[in-house]
Ligand binder design. Sequence first.
Ligand code: RVP
Length: 502
Amino acid sequence: MAYYYEEPSRTFGEYLLVPGYSSSECVPTSVSLKTPLVKYRKGEEECPFSLNIPMVSAIMQSVSGDKLAVALAKQGGISFVYGSQTIEEEANMIRRVKAYKKGFVTSDSNLSPEATLGDVLDLKERTGHSTVAITDDGSSHGKLLGIVASRDYRLSRMEKSLKVTEFMTPIDKLIVASDDTSLHDCNDIIWDNKINTLPLVDKEGHLSYMVFRKDYDSHKENVNELLDAHKSYVVGAGINTRDFAERVPALVEAGVDVLCIDSSEGYSEWQARTIKWIRDNYGDTVKVGAGNVVDGEGFRFLAEAGADFIKIGIGGGSICITRETKGIGRGQATAVKDVARARDEYFKETGVYIPICSDGGIVYDYHITLALAMGADFVMLGRYFARFDESPTNKLYINGNYVKEYWGEGSNRARNWQRYDLGGATKLSFEEGVDSYVPYAGPLAEGVQGTLYKVKSTMCNCGALSIEELQQKAKLTVVSATSIVEGGSHDVILKNSSKKYD
Ligand code: RVP
């Protein structure tokens, strides 16, 4: 006979947190949102890879490109660049994030002296960077001959066929430093000489690195930024259960920090095979998350398969119609509660703590706090991030409002059939997602900081200064339909009515 779960399948909108005692020390500025990303022996060792904020961006074409990845890493979170593109395109996105910022940057924009102004413009279009190193062989470590920056050319006055040697700033007019100069000294040279770029060269005059003034400024602004050991932004990438033997090596080679299997249904042999292949080829050096699951059984399967973190959620995404089309899924809150229980049991048995991620269905900011209180270590968001300037989609003006496009990976537009494939498919058989608009919400930094201030305030109301403390102290209550009405403004005539989205 079929199995019936006792509890109805509930979602975040059906719960509220009941405040606990908060001492005078419990203020938002004292709250830490640091949270583990990958499994570790809790109590015996530090988590080897943590996030500074509990937010990651969804593995979606309309959300996680390299621009958003940089913006989110600056705030302390991580993006999972979408895998529904060619291996080369995805690896290039990872490369762009890794090259974006380091104290010392390996120049990714280089041309030989034979190149023209037209080549400079093409390269700028591809990399998004306006400083180009001219080296003898056009490589990032060739002999440095000069630099082309935006101030060196005027499109209105110069032919595109003009050779770079005609307008670059040549090496004898450049300020350069030797490649053993410390970052501190490089920054002093930049300030003293009022320059934007300092090339570092070795004894033979070969280009080693560039140091940029803008990196120094931006590092000072972003206290939470998530950097790797080489001072590059940390970035993740989505993979699928079909082409992993080619995709994973390309992403690792490009410098990816963590992978995640992107699938609408993770309780499958395909996921176990993918994780096994990664372990066989890379051991524990390549971290990989798996999912999505919605109950303890699914969690246990992926834990035993060796996943570094496990993602929860089927059918709760704002653009997702899986529940309507296939009749599978589970209310997100119930799924998180159930998986968190299984995670804690697994920890008691093995001493290994596997972080869990609540993926999809976050509508209001307080849903993030609820997900964390229910046991999630971090949340994955699509709709939320698609609204910002940095998402890769078009911003449009429709019916008097600015909107951004947002489409599901299971929509005809994305055609990410690998995400829905359970073997044998070569195309998307039916749609599980929609194509839509979301209200435009400005720059990511402002949005994320506003959201997290609310999360921290609520945590203080619960007497919690960390996510772990919130999980221990949280008191949650199911709300009745009538009390939901009571929770909004009611029985008044609003002066300025505008729809709330956060
Ligand atoms: P949301 O944040 O509610 O917009 O949900 C984003 C999540 O929805 C993704 O992380 C993914 O798990 C899921 N998704 C993505 N595409 C689709 C679909 O087309 N059905 N669903």
